[in-house]
Design a protein around this ligand. Structure first.
Ligand code: AMP
Length: 282
């Protein structure tokens, strides 16, 4: 596995491989890797000749300074895990490499996609995500890029970015990997206490129940069920629960067998913010 910290060498390395006809799969991450990230790397490995993974804690997507400061950084074990998962190249730049002094961020407008749910509660977050993803795409220029459905709204924004900027990259959404109790794996889970971690699986239980209820029950009732299950925990504080159409993120008002719907939840467990979602009619 080759490790690069600078932009030019990784760009050149990839360009040379592409000249030789190799297909490139790319997995952008912020490190503190777990099985959810490694599943993306493994899928990229099955579908491409070579896999590039980036590790970069992107400061401009954090709207909360403490979250950025406390974000886990475990580069040595990340590299070991990536090697074991069949990753070929790691790009691990410093902040100055990605955002040199005087750098100016573009302001993206994704219409409704970046205004609701995460966009509403984390102002500036998706502009930071779009900025770093566009930069990384320009640096790596992969054939395919792999993102987790865990960050469902992010995945839709990246798809929109690729369409808007007319990038020749296939964006592939990959299933959410969960702990045995259902809690979606997340780098932030390491900051949960034992009891918070146990209670956090209620988010999954609420989403599973919503999936069972859809489309037989009215959407309001399904949403109410999610709210009640999460509110019943003393460890969790619900931020939002929404049932939306996957492409438009408009609220689904009437449940229907042919109406696609995704339930999305954000909740706090102490100072840790957790998000999760589930397709309801699959
Ligand atoms: P992050 O390092 O949190 O920015 O995540 C990097 C990529 O891994 C994103 O595409 C995430 O959606 C994805 N990811 C994070 N957690 C999971 C999970 N539990 N299952 C699948 N993909 C995940």
């Amino acid at each position: 596995m080759v490790i690069f910290n600078k932009i030019n060498p990784v760009s050149e390395w990839v360009a040379n491989q592409k000249k030789e006809g190799k297909s490139i799969g790319f997995v952008p991450t912020m490190g503190a890797l777990h099985q959810g990230h490694l599943a993306l790397v493994e899928q990229a490995g099955r579908e491409n000749d070579l896999v590039v993974c980036s590790i970069f804690v992107n400061p401009i997507q954090f709207n909360n300074k403490e979250d950025l400061k406390k974000y886990p950084r475990t580069i040595e074990s990340d590299l070991q895990k990536l090697d074991g998962a069949g990753c070929d190249v790691v790009f691990n730049p410093g902040t100055e490499e990605m955002y040199p002094a005087g750098h100016q961020s573009k302001t993206y407008d994704f219409g409704r996609l970046d205004k609701v749910m995460e966009g509403r509660f984390r102002p500036g977050h998706f502009n930071g995500v779009a900025t770093v993803v566009k930069k990384l795409f320009d640096i790596v220029q992969p054939h395919r890029a792999y993102f987790g459905q865990k960050d469902f709204q992010q995945l839709q924004i990246v798809r929109s970015l690729v369409r808007k900027e007319k990038l020749d990259i296939q964006v592939i959404g990959c299933p959410t990997i969960r702990e045995a109790g259902g809690l979606a794996l997340s780098s932030r889970n390491t900051r949960l206490t034992e009891s918070q971690r146990r209670e956090a699986s209620r988010i999954y239980q609420a989403l599973e129940k919503a999936r069972e209820m859809y489309p037989e029950f009215p959407v309001d009732q399904i949403k109410q069920q999610i709210i009640e299950v999460i509110d019943a925990s003393t460890e969790l504080e619900l931020e939002y629960a929404e049932i939306v159409h996957p492409d438009t993120l408009l609220p689904v008002t009437r449940a229907g067998r042919n109406t696609s719907a995704v339930a999305c939840v954000a909740a706090h467990a102490g100072k840790v913010r957790l998000i999760d979602n589930m397709y309801l009619n699959s």
